[in-house]
Write a protein that binds this ligand. Structure first.
Ligand SMILES: *Cc1c(COP(=O)(O)O)cnc(C)c1O
Length: 369
């Protein structure tokens, strides 16, 4: 928490608007829209719920196929499975680590020839870096496929002169505990299509029709954000610029102290991207570095420093092993060699020095074994 959240939460509490919905939900939506430049938003119980409703809003049904980045957190794909649709996974490029536009184009070309195009595409902005949206939107538009931007990790990031969260037909944010700002749990669906967002708000509140009694013409969901959590979100939103600066400073700090070590490469940032550097990510070439990613991770763990492998791609997950996949070597190698370093907004100089010393020791210790 960064300061104003406690007072805002107490204000919501004392107003007795405890139930889902209330003035803070409207305010959180309004202020998020104003911050990133979107016309409409629905605050929801999670980013996963936002993805689910995005697919439903686009009319995705059982048996349809939906494009999805393979290199992502599983929730990006789960929503496709909830509906009984089939994910079609696409590999990453080496430039941004996000979906490879060339492979996307090849896949859609082949789908068109086979006569069955996907109903939608979920494009992920991984580790706070936007995908190459100009190219992706042009490719998808030529096949009339709507794009859902999964910007769960990317609030505060930019693509050229636009903000993450405004790049898709529909865009998803997450405020889960591990994200750059948090409401402890929560998400948001954003779009310039106000009618679609109005429909999503209805779906997310049990699909109640406009009648004095309880009338329902469709199946609904209980996916709205609570007014109490929205108050926390309003407070958190005020710190987003500061957090992005601190996360970017973390990245730069790590790059200065580890960038010269052989075999270590930091997550690239293409010229069109300004990442929020949610997590500092790097890859370790075991031959050049003298130790593997896993040896580095275990060495850090033995000094009580938590680090994590990069996301395991969806096409390598047991739950999705039978799904269609285009490419796969880039994200498989990122998983094999990639590590997320401690990246909290409150990292102190001594913390960086501890991580630095621990990593510098690994190749020498291994050579002595
Ligand atoms: C966290 C995350 C989600 C899910 O958001 P929740 O709010 O945790 O449901 C979806 N996609 C990506 C890429 C994420 O990192």
């Amino acid at each position: 928490m960064s300061g104003p959240e406690r007072e805002l939460l107490l204000e919501a509490f004392d107003s007795n608007w405890i139930a889902p919905l209330g003035p803070f939900v409207d305010r959180f939506e309004r202020e998020t829209c104003a911050r990133i430049g979107s016309r409409a938003a629905a605050a929801l119980s999670s980013g996963t719920a936002a993805l689910h409703l995005a697919l439903l809003a686009l009319g995705v049904e059982k048996g349809d196929s939906v494009i999805c980045s393979s290199f992502t957190f599983a929730a990006s794909a789960y929503a496709i499975s909830y509906i009984g649709a089939e994910p079609v996974f696409i590999d990453s490029d080496t430039e941004s680590w996000n979906i490879d536009p060339d492979l996307l184009e090849e896949e859609l070309h082949d789908c068109a020839i086979r006569g069955k195009l996907p109903k939608a595409a979920i494009i992920v902005d991984l580790y706070g870096q936007c995908a190459d949206f100009d190219r992706i939107l042009a490719i998808c538009a030529s096949y009339e496929i709507p794009v859902i931007e999964d910007a769960a990790e990317a609030l505060g990031a930019r693509y050229r002169d636009r903000n993450a969260g405004t790049l898709g037909t529909l865009s998803v944010l997450s405020f889960n505990g591990n994200k750059i700002i948090t409401t402890s749990g929560g998400g948001m669906l954003l779009s310039d299509d106000e009618t679609a967002i109005a429909r999503v708000k209805k779906m997310s509140t049990q699909a109640r029709d406009d009648a004095p009694h309880y009338q329902h013409s469709a199946v609904g969901y209980n996916y709205r954000m609570s007014n109490l959590l929205a108050a926390v979100g309003v407070g958190q939103l005020q710190s987003i610029d500061d957090r992005v600066e601190r996360r970017r400073a973390n990245f730069a700090r790590y790059e200065r102290m580890l960038g010269d070590m052989p075999g270590i490469r930091f997550m690239p940032e293409p010229s069109w991207s300004r990442s929020n550097r949610w997590l500092t990510c790097l890859t370790i070439d075991p031959l050049a570095f003298g130790a593997s990613r896993e040896e580095v991770r275990v060495a850090l763990e033995s000094e009580n420093i938590e680090s994590r492998p990069l996301w395991k791609p969806m096409h390598l997950q047991p739950v999705y092993q039978d799904c269609r996949m285009r490419g796969g070597r880039v994200s498989a190698l990122l998983f094999e060699r990639g590590l997320c370093l401690p990246s909290g907004s409150a990292m102190a100089e001594e913390d960086f020095e501890r991580v630095e010393r621990a990593i510098h020791r690994v190749p020498a210790v291994r050579a002595h074994k």
